[in-house]
Write a protein that binds this ligand. Sequence first.
Ligand SMILES: NC(=O)c1ccc[n+]([C@@H]2O[C@H](COP(=O)([O-])OP(=O)(O)OC[C@H]3O[C@@H](n4cnc5c(N)ncnc54)[C@H](OP(=O)(O)O)[C@@H]3O)[C@@H](O)[C@H]2O)c1
Length: 258
Amino acid sequence: MNRVRGKLILITGASSGIGAACARRFAADGANLVLWARRRERLAELGVELERGHGVAARLAQVDVRDRAAVNRATAELVAAAEVPDVLLNNAGLASGLAKIHEGDPDDWDRMIDTNLKGLLNVTRAILPHMVARRRGHVVNIGSTAGHMTYPMGNVYNATKFGVRALTEGMNLDVAGTPIRVSSVDPGYVETEFSEVRFHGDKERARGVYQGFRPLTADDVADAIAYVVNLPEHVNIVDLVIVPTAQRNVYVVDREQD
Ligand SMILES: NC(=O)c1ccc[n+]([C@@H]2O[C@H](COP(=O)([O-])OP(=O)(O)OC[C@H]3O[C@@H](n4cnc5c(N)ncnc54)[C@H](OP(=O)(O)O)[C@@H]3O)[C@@H](O)[C@H]2O)c1
């Protein structure tokens, strides 16, 4: 049964990877979309593809989730147009760098904390009150297996994703007494632009992350998110962990030897 058709779904970080795959999947299921990210041209191309391909509406805005004023402005525009999302997918996020804590770059730490934690908070603080007022809505946070177990040099990224897990739990408590759902989907290795961003544009090094085993695709994760969102309103997946079969835990991966 398709419970997504006709719903309005806001996706942060929709310009690439998991966010873009979710936009395509939800559009194919007949949802209307609000797509936010910093790269406007990417969003514009995706918007045209979805509107032409599926006849749904895609409302785009260049929003850096770290910029609280920009988040509030974009939200005010939605509310003024009576376009309060039924689903908020807090997906925008990144890893920046991979270094021991005593050798790490504080600018990388700022980027991760400001995006993965404070960005998620900025968007949730803006959108959730409108869901609470309507007594309707579903927030899906994209965490990570990195939020369940630390790995060498993952330190600050791990901390942000542990934090996302705590926020999912806390937000669920805070909306008690309403029918609103809060879920977390926590993927392991997914081949997207994630590693290229982590290694500051080093494509070669990024490719190495996924060598010797079959990682998840963004579409695999979008399938899982679509399952979570499509459940009946009395069913809430609090935490869904999805990994490639080769990934046995956060840093034990069955890799073929050359
Ligand atoms: N790939 C993995 O292995 C993996 C595993 C577990 C969890 N995750 C999580 O999955 C989520 C999506 O990552 P991905 O793998 O799809 O990586 P990706 O391909 O690099 O996509 C990240 C998205 O986040 C957006 N973004 C980053 N900073 C932003 C900001 N300040 N404001 C607004 N949007 C921002 C990017 O868009 P712009 O650059 O255009 O702003 C992009 O659309 C992240 O939360 C990540 O931590 C990924």
